[in-house]
Structure formats: structure tokens, C-alpha cells
Ligand binder design. Structure first.
Ligand code: PLP
Length: 398
């Protein structure tokens, strides 16, 4: 007989707040009712605030994030179009793989797993593309497999520096609504997010935020890929009235309403600050245990997920198994080439410092059980020292 809760410290799906869970629990309703737009139209409007996209629009697809990846490509590019991408972890690899499978002419720059979007290499390729043949530059803002965050504003800067007209595609699945993202300011044309990470919902809804330039690319006369389910045109024909070209997941919309309310009640900047603080505590905990992150330098540190390298001779998969079976806890696994070498703590969404301390404490036990020589409490103590509220000390009131 198990008691209490099973802890979920994976980088998505994240914990769904009770308020959101209750909002999801509504009777089925008529997706063509005259009432639906009163729910959906404000969602479209408010999603734009999260993406910081004033002039463009946001599409919602009943799919996981991968569907929005595909929608972005199919609606704006044609087979044979040249694109610039980089890969440095499982998810950036998969996006490159999709682009190749959809017939794009991909220049993919390989980067060590632990670093992020290679701005210098991008600049070299863009500078050499005098004929402006490259139609899009892709960037994974947060590589969830390695816990690496990249500089999206830097991609904008280098394109501007060379007056290059390529569109910017961003994978923000594990960053948007958790760490800073500014679509208009950074000139991002297509930004992908998923419901199950910073939006604190179950998996199953994806968001694609598009700029006016991306909509123009969708409309222009150049040939495009075939598309059907993800067609912008079909969405545009119905979304403005608050409806969808096929049966939408209306329960999700009630959950999304509350999730957005929660993000705005906290304030997006405070949401980002909370994620930074929680992440920093976890990083200090990792250092306190004497372990290293997969991210090779602080500039790449992700505020939503930490990929932690286990000591030599310890199997990270054993750590995961022990955490799950003995301590009722899920951590993220090491993906592809990182299998057995890292485990990941997801620290995004509906989370607080106490939960991060629990994660560190269970990680320590599982690591020791799996044969790691670390001192129990060393990571927790370092994180406690960081999280502790010292505000009372200055006034002597404690
Ligand atoms: N991109 C990133 C950065 C991700 O972390 C994930 C999933 O974890 C995906 C894309 C794929 O999204 P989904 O699993 O929602 O299709």
C-alpha cells in the first residue's frame, strides 16, 4: 500500500495545479455553441501576451508540441527550401530529423551536447549567403535533454547585422511561459510551445505563435508543402469567430483559462524570476553534492531543467529506477547518447522551493543507493542555504 503523492520532477508533463485540474473537470459541451467564442477568443488574445506577440496571432492545435513543429514548417516553407539549424540534444536532433523528412534542404550544425545555438557558426553561414537563399533559421530555446538555454535575441541580432531576411523558428516547448521570451522584440516568426510544461496543463494542446511576416509567407505565391490538419488557412477561416475546423478539446480551454489567469496573477516577470531562483537552488544543490551539470558553462544554464551527470561508475538509469521504486519519485531520464550518464530534474511549472528540496533529497538517496559516494544532505544543505529567507535577519526580527 502506497501513501502520499508520487513526486513528478520530470521536465514535462509538469504538475497540474489543483485549480487547473478542477477547471478541466467540466461536462462535455457543444463545440459549435454560440457560447464557445466567449471562452476561446480571450484565450487567443491572452496567449499572445504570453508570447509577447502583438501583431501576429497564436494557433492552438490539439496535438503535442511536435504537431506545432510540423505546422510551422508546412505552412511557411516548401520542399527543397534551404534552412539553417543546429543540434545539441535529443529535441533539437528530432526537429532536424523532421525538417529532413519533410524535404527541406537542411544545413545542420552539430554542437557538443551541453552547449546551445552556435551563434558564431550561424553568423558565418548567414554572412556567406549573399543570395539570401536560406529561408529560415531554427533555434531550440531550451534543449530539454541537456538542460541548455540559448540566446534567441542573438539570432535576431546576427540576421539584422547581415540584413538577412530569413524567418526565425523557435522551439520554446520547455521555455515559453517559464523563462523570458519576447517574440516581437526578438523578431521571432514562428514560436512553438506545448501545454504540458510551463502552461501547467496535461499534454495534448500545442501553441504556435506566428508573426505577421510568417503569415505573409504563408499567403505568398511561392509553392508550399502540402498540409491539411495543420493548415493555417483552415484555422484562420474559423478561429476569428472563436471556432475550429475540427472538434476542439474544449475541456482544455477551461483549464487553459485558469492556467493563464494564474500566470498573469503572478506576473510573467515574477514567473521567470521564480523559475530562475528555483533553478539556481537546484544548481547549488548539484554543486553541493560534488556533481556536474551536462551544461558546459553557466551561460547555457537552463532555468527549467537540470541534466545532472552521475559520477563515473554509477548508472544513471539505476538512479532513476531506485528513485521510482523506492522513493515514489520520477526524474527525467538521460536521452539517446546521455542514457545512463545523466538524470534530469525538471523545475518548471507549478513548483516551489520545498519541492525542489524534496527532489534534491531523494536524488541524494537514490544516488547513494546506486553506489555514488556523496554525503547525504550535502546538496540539500547548499540549496537550503540559498532558498532560506533571510529578510528577517536584517531587522533582527527572527
Ligand atoms: N521540443 C522540446 C524542447 C521538448 O522538450 C519536447 C518534449 O519534451 C518537444 C519539442 C516535443 O514536444 P511533444 O513531446 O509535446 O511533442
Amino acid at each position: 500500500m502506497k501513501h502520499g503523492i508520487r513526486h513528478l520532477f520530470i521536465p514535462g508533463p509538469t504538475n497540474v495545479p489543483e485549480r487547473v485540474r478542477r477547471a478541466l473537470n467540466v461536462p462535455m459541451e457543444d463545440q459549435r455553441s454560440p457560447d464557445l467564442p466567449a471562452l476561446t477568443l480571450p484565450l487567443f488574445r491572452d496567449l499572445k501576451k504570453v508570447f509577447r506577440n502583438e501583431d501576429g496571432r497564436v494557433f492552438m492545435y490539439p496535438s503535442s508540441g511536435t504537431g506545432a513543429w510540423e505546422a510551422a514548417i508546412q505552412n511557411t516553407l516548401a520542399r527543397g527550401d534551404k534552412v539553417l539549424m543546429s543540434r545539441f540534444g535529443q529535441f533539437s536532433h528530432l526537429w532536424v530529423d523532421m525538417a529532413i523528412r519533410l524535404g527541406l534542404d537542411v544545413t545542420a550544425i552539430d554542437v557538443e551536447w551541453g552547449a546551445g545555438v552556435p551563434l558564431d557558426d550561424y553568423e558565418r553561414v548567414i554572412a556567406a549567403d549573399k543570395a539570401h537563399e536560406i529561408r529560415a533559421v531554427f533555434a531550440t530555446q531550451n534543449e530539454t535533454a541537456t538542460g541548455v538555454a540559448s540566446d534567441i535575441a542573438g539570432v535576431r541580432k546576427l540576421l539584422d547585422a547581415h540584413s538577412h531576411p530569413a524567418m526565425i523558428f523557435v522551439d520554446g516547448v520547455s521555455s515559453i511561459a517559464s523563462i523570458d521570451f519576447r517574440q516581437d522584440e526578438w523578431g521571432v516568426d514562428l514560436a512553438v510551445a506545448g501545454s504540458q510544461k510551463g502552461f501547467m496543463l496535461p499534454a495534448g494542446l500545442s501553441f504556435l505563435s506566428v508573426s505577421e511576416k510568417a503569415l505573409a509567407a504563408h499567403r505568398d505565391n511561392r509553392p508550399k508543402m502540402e498540409r491539411c490538419y495543420f493548415s493555417f488557412a483552415d484555422m484562420l477561416a474559423t478561429n476569428d469567430q472563436g471556432y475550429f475546423p475540427y472538434t476542439p478539446p474544449t475541456q482544455f480551454f477551461h483549464g487553459l483559462r485558469v492556467a493563464l489567469d494564474m500566470l498573469f496573477e503572478e506576473g510573467l516577470d515574477d514567473v521567470f524570476a521564480r523559475h530562475h531562483r528555483l533553478a539556481e537552488g537546484v544548481r547549488r544543490g548539484v554543486a553541493g553534492m560534488g556533481l556536474k551539470l551536462q551544461a558546459v558553462a553557466p551561460r547555457w544554464h537552463s532555468d527549467t531543467v537540470s541534466a545532472i551527470r552521475v559520477p563515473e561508475g554509477v548508472d544513471a538509469n539505476a538512479v532513476l529506477k531506485i528513485a521510482y521504486e523506492r522513493y515514489e519519485t520520477s526524474f527525467g531520464s538521460g536521452l539517446a547518447q546521455l542514457s545512463g550518464k545523466v538524470f534530469r530534474i525538471g523545475h518548471l511549472g507549478d513548483l516551489n522551493a520545498g519541492m525542489c528540496l524534496t527532489a534534491l533529497s531523494i536524488a541524494e538517496m537514490a544516488l547513494v543507493d546506486a553506489g555514488a559516494r556523496i554525503d547525504l544532505g550535502s546538496g540539500v544543505a547548499a540549496a537550503q542555504d540559498y532558498y532560506r529567507d533571510r529578510s528577517g535577519e536584517a531587522t533582527g526580527s527572527r
